[in-house]
Design a protein around this ligand. Structure first.
Ligand code: SAH
Length: 256
């Protein structure tokens, strides 16, 4: 029985030695001030390596919530496929939307990159703020969707550097290219059954240069078409994670 009725919170580390756990900072304030929870109320604590406990609030202030651990809870099953989304940075709203939706669909890692046609130009400072903002979206999406842990978001890299970084890694690799005419994801799945790790690259609003597709192919990423319609980047990313999770992961009967 999935008891999703209790509210869930991520904490850094659940120390079971004295069977209590203290929630601090923004989360404590949220629990006390916004959710207005009180002593005696139950909740679920989750830590970054996926362990979970049901607990009861012993004492609460907007600075600190003391929780008594009651019982360990089963970890939600993780998908049999690891999905890595290499995503060109988009304008803020579509990027926020993409981080939230692919999180709900179980993407494991998002690697944001800048390429020839990425519209957004970020300086170091703004980049750092973006990362913090995306990680907050990831954190909240993980709580809401009952993920084991939030999606990891890598630091922003330049397209070619990212490819160089990934070249050695073993995975089923594809780059979504709207000008590809022959190959599609189904063909890729058929030629690589039971793959455990998938890496998919999705381009920016302006797409990829021919040279970028050539570089991606040389790095082992097979260009695939996603049909005749031109999808917005965030649509392509969400659809790709859905299709891969359905075909190889836990969106289908076999792996629930
Ligand atoms: N060049 C496009 C815009 C790029 S769409 C245009 O003519 O308007 C944004 C990204 O989504 C693309 O870089 C690609 O990665 C992906 N994408 C969109 N539609 C696609 C399709 N039909 N097949 C494969 N990838 C697609």
């Amino acid at each position: 029985l999935r008891d999703n009725s209790l509210r869930r919170f991520f904490v850094d580390k659940i120390r079971t030695k004295d069977r209590t756990c203290t929630i601090k900072g923004a989360e404590a304030k949220h629990i006390a001030r916004v959710l207005r929870m009180g002593a005696g109320e139950r909740l679920v604590l989750m830590d970054s390596n996926g362990s979970r406990f049901q607990g009861m609030i012993e004492s609460i202030s907007s600075r600190e919530v003391l929780v008594r651990l009651e019982k360990p809870l089963p970890k939600p099953p993780s998908s049999p496929v690891e999905i890595i989304l290499c995503q060109a940075i988009l304008k803020s709203r579509p990027m926020d939307y993409l981080v939230q939706k692919t999180s709900e669909l179980g993407v494991d890692l998002i690697l944001p990159f800048i390429s020839e046609r990425t519209v957004i130009r970020l300086d170091k400072g703004r980049l750092a703020n973006k990362m913090t903002h995306w990680r907050e979206i990831a954190y909240n999406a993980a709580k809401q969707s009952n993920r084991r842990k939030p999606v990891q978001i890598g630091s922003v890299s330049v397209f070619k550097e990212m490819l160089a970084e990934l070249e050695g890694q073993k995975a089923l690799k594809s780059v979504l290219w709207e000008e590809e005419e022959k190959r599609d994801l189904r063909g890729l799945f058929e030629s690589h059954p039971r793959v455990k790790k998938f890496m998919g690259i999705v381009g920016p609003e302006g797409g990829f240069d021919q040279s970028e597709i050539a570089t991606a192919s040389a790095a082992g990423f097979t260009p695939v078409s996603f049909g005749n319609r031109i999808l917005r980047s965030e649509t392509a990313a969400i659809a790709m994670v859905s299709v891969v999770q359905y075909e190889l992961g836990d969106l289908s009967q076999g792996n629930l």
